[in-house]
Write a protein that binds this ligand. Sequence first.
Ligand code: C5P
Length: 217
Amino acid sequence: FQPKRLAGKRVLLTAGPTFEPIDPVRGITNLSSGKMGFAIARAAREAGASVTLMAGPTALPTPFGVRRVDVRTAQQMHDAVMAAAHGQDVFIAVAAVADWRVANASAQKLKKNADGDTPQLRFEQNPDILAAVAALPQAPYCVGFAAESENLLQYAEEKRRKKKVPLLVGNIGHETFGRDENELVLFDHDGYKHLPRAGKQELARALVAEIAGRLPG
Ligand code: C5P
């Protein structure tokens, strides 16, 4: 028996990578599979929540009962999230959002040229979706993720403070991308708590229970 700890709550999530075009057939992405975010969406729905999932490019199936919106770029993910943020109780930012997009993306396919010249890409910064939601006047309870290759304890707590979110979840080991298992550390104003190595779905359920226990009221 699983208690419906999020009954009546609305949960919004981001998951997966983003894809930043270089030209109509090329782009820049990352190794996020979306598995952790999709597992959390499924767990939140199991816990009774009404769940909306903003998904970057991934072939994962939509969890039962979850409303899914597919997006490609960080800007599209930002716009979809901001349009849906009002009235949400919880926002969980699991997506590996590209920090930069190509400022001079080409409308036509780039061609090799005889001189061997290579394209010169310029980058501009993408909006920080998590920080934008956390800064809303009636912000939902915001949960961020951190995947660091070193100094996780220090960087994750710094990130929690910088983005002004009550809960920041650190992936232990950056080689979590694409795997079926994970290991997490939860940082909040009281300190940190370890969720030991387990399957992503089991960890997702544990994380949803931790979030439910922290909601106001
Ligand atoms: O700053 P950094 O990318 O390390 O922070 C990771 C957290 O912030 C994750 O929760 C990620 O989903 C979120 N994020 C975001 N928008 C961005 C960059 C990161 O929502 N542009």
